[in-house]
Design a protein around this ligand. Structure first.
Ligand code: F6R
Length: 615
């Protein structure tokens, strides 16, 4: 959950590392640090706070010269966020310096052993323990840095992406990964190290992604060398040509990444179905499904595992798969699933949904399901991510980089992929009428234009936000396909505006939450025309008669709910199955505006990080 950046080459490392850290800030932003080797000495600056704070501190307190350096932006696990606990960390001799993303679980016992040998520790971090373990191994075994890193890593339990160098040998950086991502950008006699490719995309398109349990020595003037950490086996680097472009990772005129990403949804959904949805031919083409069709058709059930927003997309998928393809579906929080003893058979298919493709619990659930014989299919956004690599097959969402911590376009594109899969399976199984199937394909193809139309409600939503920005609580209600959307709306509001919000299936309101309703309570109700409309109207009446304030998301031209609600936001008519792709949009915008009006940091909400690579 931290971001790491390193550089070695012929350019000044400082601007590359600072800019790279800013791009990786979505991964953690409670403290940051940088070390630069100026040709003779290391210069180190660390601070609690954001990369911008680090920049100020570094520019007044250290020499920012040097062609070799490491930087880190942190999401604290061991030790509170403060200057001392920030990375990089030195070894006791001051020769070695390290940055680390992950957790060393057995650090306490290693620390105790090192203390007995005279080592001193200045921070509360597991990382400082690791760098001193490497130093101790190097000394005891009389080996070079790469070997010392390898021996040390074979003694630790946990997860890591690390980069370490020795100031007495400043022509190389040693990197390693287990459970946390690490990419190496390869330029002309220069190397870039980073948690993802965004810090180096303007310098090189060539990158190697380390696999778990691999390490590499990047040395100036030499080819990159990869090895297995466990047995020293040589690995031939798979150098990929990256497709990412700079525009995709910058704000492009928007004030926040979140807003940019909300507005990108028409394009993102189109990119998700491009080449897959051939409506005029009545075909859905998805390699991951086509190549494993028999498995899907013979599946006893589908188990969906995910976390957070991706879990909400899984809930929508449950409705779609069961409704259209008549396949039983269970949706599980990955963090619960992996720690119980679930019944998994060889005829089960596990679908793992993850924007980042790095979520530790989802990854662990996949590994467990595979061990128990299930076929595992991934729905990921980040190409080449750990989950994408760990699954047996999969489909990318092609949403483009999502940098705002609150997930937006990932959600709608996940639903798009899952809808395509459900429709394809329904067609193959014959559980959908031919005419209905064709209607769906055409309707899905038209969704981006309807999302575009829904985005035009933005000024109205801003006005509604102004009215409710000071609320302490908010209830979200929806039924059927829009129940998960209610959950997602509530999650968006709480994570970026810090207003307490709950999502409920509308009918469940009577079993408890109705007690909360008074004139202070805004209730967001999703009341589209085809979704148990009359029942939702009754729910709206129940709220009204208890003086709750109703913000309703309705179908264009709605009458009944419009007459009852305090505010209405209209979305275009579509098939009920596809409504989440539209009803989600106003809820994203509502939370965005409320958060902004409350002075919250929309893209980097407190205590959160984009990619949850720790348990
Ligand atoms: C909420 C949000 C998180 C993520 C969750 C899973 O806006 O972003 O709830 O959805 O951490 O992340 P991924 O999809 O990367 O596995």
């Amino acid at each position: 959950m931290c971001g790491i950046v390193g550089y070695i080459g012929h350019r000044d490392a400082y601007p590359i590392i600072i800019k790279g850290l800013q791009r990786l800030e979505y991964r953690g932003y409670d403290s940051a640090g940088i070390v630069l080797f100026d040709g003779t000495e290391n210069n180190l600056a660390k601070t609690k706070g954001k990369v911008e704070d680090l920049k100020h501190k570094a520019e007044i307190s250290i020499s920012t010269k040097g062609k070799l350096g490491l930087g880190h932006t942190r999401w604290a696990t061991h030790g509170v966020p403060n200057d001392v606990n920030s990375h990089p960390h030195y070894s006791n001799s001051g020769d070695l310096v390290i940055i680390h993303n992950g957790i060393i679980e057995n650090y306490e016992s290693i620390k105790a052993a090192l203390i007995k040998r005279g080592y001193e520790f200045h921070s509360d971090t597991d990382t400082e323990v690791l760098v001193n373990l490497i130093e101790e191994v190097k000394k005891q075994e009389g080996v070079k840095l790469g070997k010392a890193v390898q021996i040390a890593l074979n003694q630790v339990v946990g997860a890591y992406a690390i980069a370490v160098f020795d100031r007495s040998k400043p022509d190389e950086i040693v990197v390693a990964r287990l459970g946390s991502p690490l990419a190496i950008g390869i330029g002309e006699d220069e190397f870039f190290i980073a948690s993802d490719a965004s810090p180096f995309i303007e310098f090189t398109n060539n990158a190697v992604y380390l696999e778990d349990e691999e390490m590499a020595i990047v040395r100036l003037g030499k080819e990159i060398k990869l090895r297995k950490i466990k047995d020293d086996a040589i690995v031939y680097p798979n150098i990929l040509e990256l497709q990412l472009n700079l525009e995709e990772i910058e704000k492009g005129g928007y004030d926040h990444f979140m807003l940019k990403e909300i507005y990108e949804q028409p394009r993102a959904i189109k990119d998700t179905y491009r080449g897959r949805l051939l409506a005029d031919q009545g075909i859905i083409r998805m390699a991951g499904i086509d190549q494993n069709l028999e498995k899907f058709l013979n599946a006893n059930r589908i188990i969906i595992v995910a976390c957070g927003t991706s879990w909400h997309a899984g809930l929508v998928a449950e409705y779609i798969f069961e409704d259209l393809a008549r396949i039983p579906v269970e949706v599980e929080y990955a963090s619960e699933f992996r720690y119980r003893n679930p019944v998994i058979t060889e005829n089960d298919i596990l679908i793992a949904i993850s924007q980042s493709g790095e979520t530790a619990d989802t990854l662990a659930a996949i590994k467990m399901a595979k061990e128990r014989g299930a076929f595992v299919f991934g729905v990921c956004n980040v190409v080449g991510s750990s989950i994408a690599r760990e699954t047996d097959a999969g489909a990318y969402t092609h949403a483009g980089p999502e940098i705002g911590v609150a997930s937006t376009k990932a959600f709608t594109t996940q639903i798009t992929v899952l809808t395509l899969i459900a429709l394809k399976l329904a067609k193959e199984k014959g559980t959908i009428e031919e005419s209905k199937y064709h209607e769906y394909l055409v309707e899905l193809e038209g969704i981006p234009a309807k999302v575009e139309r829904t985005l035009k409600t933005n000024p109205l939503i801003e006005e509604i936000a102004e009215v409710y920005k000071d609320s302490s609580n908010c209830l979200y209600l929806g039924r059927g396909y829009n129940f998960p959307v209610a959950l997602e709306g509530a999650l968006k509001l709480k994570e970026i505006s810090y207003i307490h919000a709950e999502g409920y299936p509308a009918a469940e309101m009577k079993h408890g939450p109705i007690a909360l309703i008074d004139e202070e309570m805004p209730v967001v109700v999703i009341a589209t025309r085809k979704g148990h409309y009359e029942k939702v109207v009754s729910n709206v009446q129940e709220i009204k008669s208890r003086s709750g304030k109703i913000i309703a998301v309705v179908t264009e031209g709605d009458q009944q709910v419009t007459d009852l609600a305090d505010h209405v936001v209209e979305v275009p008519e579509t098939s009920e199955t596809l409504t989440p792709l539209l009803t989600t949009i106003p809820l994203q915008l509502l939370s965005y505006h409320i958060a902004l009006m409350r002075g919250c940091n929309v893209d980097q909400p407190r205590n959160l990080a984009k990619s949850v690579t720790v348990e």
